[in-house]
Design a protein around this ligand. Sequence first.
Ligand code: KG4
Ligand code: ZN
Length: 406
Amino acid sequence: MNAVSEPASNPESITRGTSGLVLGIESSCDETAAAVVRCGCTTLSNIVASQIATHALFGGVVPELASREHLRNIVPAVRAALAQAGINFQQLDAIAVTNGPGLAGALLVGVTYAKSLAYALGKPLIAVNHLEGHIHAVLLEHAEREQAPEAPILALAVSGGHTHLYLAECTAADPPGTGKTWRYQNVGRTVDDAAGEAFDKVAKLLGLPYPGGPWIDALAPYGNPKAVPFAFAQVKTKIKRRLSPAQPEEETQPRTLFSFSGIKTAVLRYVETHNLRPSIEARQHALAGLPNPQAADALGWCDSQTLDLIASFQHAVVGDLLRKTFRAAEALLVRSLLVTGGVAANRELRARFAAEADARNLAVAFPSRALSTDNAAMIAAAAWPRFLAGDFASPALNADPSLKLG
Ligand code: KG4
Ligand code: ZN
């Protein structure tokens, strides 16, 4: 890839004659989020209305409830974002919205609201892929520090719905003088569960609240990560033969494949063979009875065997993500690694990725913990290069639950 090291966002001077104020809207899963970002590099507001309390009762996201909560939250979230930024609707230059991937009904709330707002205000509408948003969470914070990752860049997007590797490339936009264009090539994916999904399912299995990732993160340091030896199946990549010159080259390149459903089953088997059910039920019951359970409460209800299981699970998942990502980075000769998405908030993951990158003389960057999970600042930031290039969505924009990136 012919990538160049340029700032993630364009300087504030190139603004198509506007003040560069983009309203981002995100509603792909269980967070209703709205944010105002100026010129893709200055966050003026970032509001996230979480639905965790609603879904926690069911141990996972209930799509119908998510749509209903988005409907309830979207207007207050947008109003709060404008108020926090100190601007009014007329001052906006564009409305950016996540149009996929995600839950159909949830996406539809954001897309319909954004389309109506753009139409009513006579402002351009910009469609953003949620995964591109996660990559721009890191680029936004680089831009805030006036930095840019050195190319070529490999991005690991690791969340509740995704475990994907992308080569990200920034080139001059066409026509010249309209900023920069980002392009992505998918070079890795999970064949079954996403890593965050494995965190959530294992936590649920162990009687911990939803979403499970932060609970496992908080409890893992109290266990022995080597106590339970989990093994990962090595999923073989099928490399397609190039049948004609018209076939895209990407299709014939090796890909990194992840798989996280096996470890979930291995944890279940461990629970059954070690008779952990009674202690799980006691923990679940105790935590459900607390109005606002904290990690310290959960710790009090975990014996050392459970803590060892939690630590070993996290160590194995992080180890697999690390090994495959660094192997891909080496094969693709990248200079920088971006790790983003909800699971990028995990402390063991950050520490081990940082140490490995250091040992290999590779740059690695994560979003701040606040921008790791779903938010709308990343959507407004990702929209900025499109705004400069005049890449606007049609009023017929629809939600696409299985939208691909790259
Ligand atoms: O990016 P995100 O907010 O939503 C999706 O696009 O899926 O990611 C949510 C996922 C959940 O699976 C959650 O358990 C996981 O990220 N997560 C974590 C941590 N914080 C959130 N996983 C491990 N450690 C964490 N600290
Ligand atoms: Zn996400």
